[in-house]
Design a protein around this ligand. Sequence first.
Ligand code: FAD
Length: 440
Amino acid sequence: MTIDYSLIIQELNPIKIIQETAQVKELSLDYYYFSPILEKKLQDKIADLIVIPTSEEEVLKVAQICVKYHIPLTVRGAGTGNYGQCIPLNGGIVLDMTEMKKIKWIKSGIACVEPGIKMSILEKETKKQGWELRMIPSTYKIATLGGFIGGGSGGIGSINYGQLRDRGNLNRVRVVTLEKEPRIIELQGDETQQINHAYGTNGIITELEIPLAPSYNWVEIIVIFKDFLSALKFGQTLADSDGIVKKLISIHANPIANYFNSLNSYILNGEDCALLSVDENSLFALQKLVKEFEGKITYQENLEKNKTFSLIEFTWNHTTFHARKIEPNITYLQTFFFSLEKVEEMYNYFGDEVMMHIEFLRVGGKAIPAGLQLVKYSTEARLNEIIKYHEDNGAFIANPHTYILEDGGRKHIEPEQLKFKKMVDPYGLMNQGKMRSWES
Ligand SMILES: Cc1cc2nc3c(=O)[nH]c(=O)nc-3n(C[C@H](O)[C@H](O)[C@H](O)COP(=O)(O)OP(=O)(O)OC[C@H]3O[C@@H](n4cnc5c(N)ncnc54)[C@H](O)[C@@H]3O)c2cc1C
């Protein structure tokens, strides 16, 4: 069916829209190009229209129009996703949620917000009451909370609170459906799993209630080590040191730090290093631990005091971002190793072709090393070979080179989630082509 957008635009009035081609193109894409595979597949995808609602009522109206004319709908936060999660495969409307950014309330360790709020802005407010976000992606300065729930997995803070999908990390959401008669539904507790990391295929989130964490005075620290294994073992020991309050343990094998231009005076020759965030009251204990592993602290600064940079923006997938600025052919993997031995095995096997970048996080109550390794990309066949070698040898890869939910970290869609999709999006209009089990 051909869609007459002049009619749609009239019906959308007075909701804000963007039609100008360059802007539509920009707001149709995300950071998909970190993957050479996705770059080829997605670079030409573009929406027909960008719609920017400012309230739940406007979202409901957009949903009604999409259902009435069978228009594909792709929800977008800040567009910092890495797997083309908010790139429309079949045109239609991209719903930009960044104007729905109200903080409704913050009390007793819980925040209730609209989904388009930037995480950095929300955290500024929660800190006034002694709270902070449990976990943030390294893109927290611009990324939205709705986008983090819809497309993210974890980040700085995951060493304490696990991943977004872990029970208890999301209290409640309000969601607009794309049923014959679109409506607003509320999901509580475990029910929120239906929309968690669903790439916006299961309804439009219009409100979120999240639990917070007590706020600390974080000190950012760089430690350099004589070799990678010392850095890695230090990371695991720090992760397991329950008395040391920390938020970030990011380990980088030589020569990764050479890509961190602003940190060159602290890591002179790309040494194996750890980038950390530790509570100021844990510094004494940390220094002892550093000594035990023969490390050397080369940088130490209170997060609030350093206005020029934060170490956060060199960790998680920002590591890949900095590497690509210098060597654009670099891409990355996302790997759960579950043991230091497995990290060591892959580190020795691949050498500099797959440079080892580890983030420690809590999975099922245990601190484990997860890789965001930097890969020197040569061909798609070789990349697949590298992935297969990891999988054949007991490492779990959440493939970042696919936009299909089931081929990435999820591996499969729960039957309840599919059932939920049938209810909230019976015409399959939301983020078409991203959920294989629906398409088939
Ligand atoms: C340099 C770099 C570093 C990164 N580091 C991390 C990291 O540390 N941890 C991490 O998890 N991710 C990371 N990411 C990925 C991404 O930045 C985060 O997941 C971020 O939170 C996404 O937020 P966003 O607002 O940009 O969402 P978008 O990219 O705009 O959207 C993400 C997904 O959520 C859906 N969505 C957005 N809003 C809604 C809504 N209101 N209702 C329903 N669905 C919605 C979209 O359809 C899309 O599928 C990184 C990316 C880059 C480029």
